[in-house]
Ligand binder design. Structure first.
Ligand code: NAD
Ligand code: FES
Length: 274
């Protein structure tokens, strides 16, 4: 059993939970995730390890409560317990000193971006971070990300904060500036955002890494649920990823698979909300 030590609401339906998990906290590397199961018989939910404190034996999870299972997880208050937290799973992020890098976070994907920015900063990179959301209230982790970034930009679709529009607006400007153009780009967010970033950087031949979140079940490479098409190869995001070369990802195929169970998810949520 894993004790929940804190549970904070960061934005609408987005919680930051600190959980006691000493062995995971010690072993985890940036880019890895855990699979959480609240109780026996509950759904298994993959969650990026947002941060960890090996000395305190804790991990930080950012949870978007959009489905029936995630809603139940975020109802767990400090002092409560999660039955299973399995991990760390997946490959760690390949971190090196590229010099200049750009890190792009869309909505909740910003939480997945945070450990990458932290690791890139520790490796000595000069980072331009661009995060975006539908409006100001969906902008998260600003206080955590801005001190790690040489340049920090915010976009909102309604113009309530920073640049009006998508994250790809300031990214296009950055790529066009020969003095600031990054050697590598990391992007995490909704599939259309990652696809749009990949299209921009492909033209410039800039190495681009995305973190994918397909449907996962076992998280160990056995079930095939998380399969994604990367170039000519089928890969399993849970063991081969979750990070991949953005220029090789079949984003349309990923989108199709992510929406496969929309109807069942809606039915389940409606039953839960009765
Ligand atoms: P959202 O739809 O509100 O988008 C957030 C931001 O992403 C937008 O404000 C915009 O700046 C950018 N964006 C969206 N579509 C774009 C496009 N076509 N072109 C350029 N930029 C675009 O995001 P949300 O509701 O916070 O996030 C939900 C989605 O994020 C879900 O689909 C979820 O599966 C996905 N997600 C992905 C990961 C991951 O690891 N890749 C992690 C968490 C959530
Ligand atoms: Fe089963 Fe990846 S989740 S193979």
């Amino acid at each position: 059993m894993f004790e929940v030590l804190s549970n904070e609401v960061l934005a609408e339906n987005l919680h930051k939970m600190v959980v006691s998990a000493p062995r995971i906290a010690k072993a985890r590397k940036a880019g890895q995730f855990v699979i959480v199961r609240l109780a026996q018989g509950e759904e298994r939910i993959p969650l990026t390890i947002g941060d960890a404190d090996a000395a305190a034996g804790t991990i930080t999870l950012f949870i978007q409560a959009i489905g029936a299972s995630t809603r139940r997880i975020v109802q767990t208050q400090p002092g409560g317990f999660i039955r299973d937290v399995a991990g760390p799973l997946g490959k760690e992020t390949h971190i090196t000193n590229w010099g200049r890098v750009a890190c792009i976070g869309g909505g909740v994907g910003t939480a997945v971006l945070f450990p990458l920015v932290k690791a890139l900063h520790e490796a000595g990179n000069q980072i331009t971070t661009i995060i975006g959301g539908r409006s100001e209230r969906y902008i998260i982790l600003e206080n955590e990300l801005s001190p790690l970034s040489e340049e920090f930009l915010v976009t909102t679709e309604d113009g309530s904060r920073g640049f009006k529009g998508f994250v790809t607006g300031p990214l296009s400007e950055l790529l066009a500036d020969p003095e600031k153009a990054p050697k590598a780009v990391f992007a995490v967010g909704p599939v259309p955002m990652m696809k749009a970033v990949a299209n921009l950087t492909r033209e410039k031949g800039i190495e681009t890494i995305v973190s994918l979140n397909p449907i996962m079940i076992d998280g160990t490479g056995m079930c095939g649920g998380c399969r994604v098409q990367i170039g000519n190869e089928t890969k399993f995001a849970c063991v081969d990823g979750p990070e991949f070369d953005a220029h090789l990802v079949d984003f349309d195929g990923l989108s199709d698979r992510l929406t496969s169970y929309r109807k069942e998810e809606a039915t389940c949520l409606a039953a839960e909300c009765k």
